[in-house]
Ligand binder design. Structure first.
Ligand code: KMH
Ligand code: ZN
Length: 311
């Protein structure tokens, strides 16, 4: 086991763009619910909050800056947590549209997806006979035909547009090739070390949620980036907690949240984001890891500071 010298950062991804209201009553989509759950997740130990917006009337995925503006200041007022805004948006938005919230609010962190992939959750369609809202079934079923577009040009243009904002990227890597894309971007000067890599395991279209794959990705990243990178793991669905425990044991950070899994344990729905944060915190502390505060996370990742955001 790799000896640990640093504390473990918990990121909580509050609502995302995969799951829909029918799938869990706990999935937040009004500004009130997103703010409340984000604040509770921070109180439970999440140093970073990864945020998407939703349409408040029906939970549809949104990149409308008004929808972000309805919860961002509340979260900032109530917590010291680092705000990380998604630039993944959803599969139905253009790359330029997906960048707008980060360009508008200039958060300390934002996601940056490191390659184009099939990104599908259509197998969930058959699990539900009735749906709370009209849009849900077509959205979920339609993901079978969608390509999550993140070309080299998209990545370069995103990095260039966001460069003046000094935002630290959460580099979402869904497969080993994405690490090489990241290495290429680094060599081009698009990103500044230390970089923060999120190993994403278990998305249909990306690498599977297996410990062998995590070790393969980490070894590859070690070779490519040496000690100039920090990393975290996101296991989709039931892999969330097992892969978080494995990540921490390997010296990495962890991401939980209802964006990535609706469950608290296999087959049992979580009641909130905070419940997942409390559980992962318990596991990590039992294993002897210390949890990073938001200030410690800022120092570890060399973030610009909450006073330099635009919300
Ligand atoms: N939904 C996750 C698998 C983003 O927001 O840019 C990856 C993600 C992408 O969080
Ligand atoms: Zn996201």
């Amino acid at each position: 086991m790799v000896p640990r010298h640093r504390k473990t950062i918990i990121t909580c991804a509050i609502t995302g763009a995969i799951h829909t209201p029918t799938m869990s009553d706990a999935l937040p989509y009004t500004a009130d619910d997103i703010a409340t759950q984000a604040i509770e997740a921070a109180k439970a130990g999440a140093a970073i909050l990864h945020l998407h917006a939703r349409r408040p009337h029906d939970g549809g995925v949104s990149i409308d800056t008004d929808h972000f503006a309805a919860f961002l200041p509340r979260i900032k007022q109530a917590t010291g947590a680092v705000v990380n805004i998604s630039t993944g948006g959803s599969l139905t938005h253009t790359v330029a549209e997906r960048l707008r919230p980060a360009l508008t609010f200039s958060p300390e962190m934002c996601s940056l997806n490191m390659g184009s992939i099939n990104f599908s959750f259509h197998p969930l369609t058959d699990r539900y006979e009735t749906w709370k809202f009209d849009w849900e079934k077509d959205y979920v079923a339609g993901s079978e035909g969608n390509i999550f577009r993140n070309t080299f040009r998209d990545i370069r243009e995103a990095a260039t547009a966001l460069e003046p904002h000094a935002i630290k990227f959460e580099h979402e890597c869904y497969d080993v090739g994405h690490l090489y894309n990241l290495k290429f971007g680094l060599a081009q000067g698009w990103f500044k070390p230390p970089i923060f890599v999120q190993f994403v395991l278990g998305i249909l279209g990306g690498i599977g949620a297996e410990i062998d794959n995590l070790i393969f990705m980490k070894r590859t990243a070690d070779r490519l980036f040496g000690d100039s990178y920090d990393w975290s793991v996101l296991g989709a669905g039931a892999a969330q907690m097992p892969l978080a425990a494995a990540a921490a044991q390997l010296g990495g950070n962890v991401r939980v949240g209802l964006e990535d899994s609706l469950q608290i344990s296999r087959g049992r729905l979580a009641s909130s984001n905070a419940e997942q944060v409390r559980k992962v915190r318990r596991i990590l502390e039992e294993l002897g890891h210390e949890i990073a505060t938001p200030e410690e996370a800022r120092e570890m990742l060399a973030l610009k500071g909450a006073d330099r955001t635009a919300f």
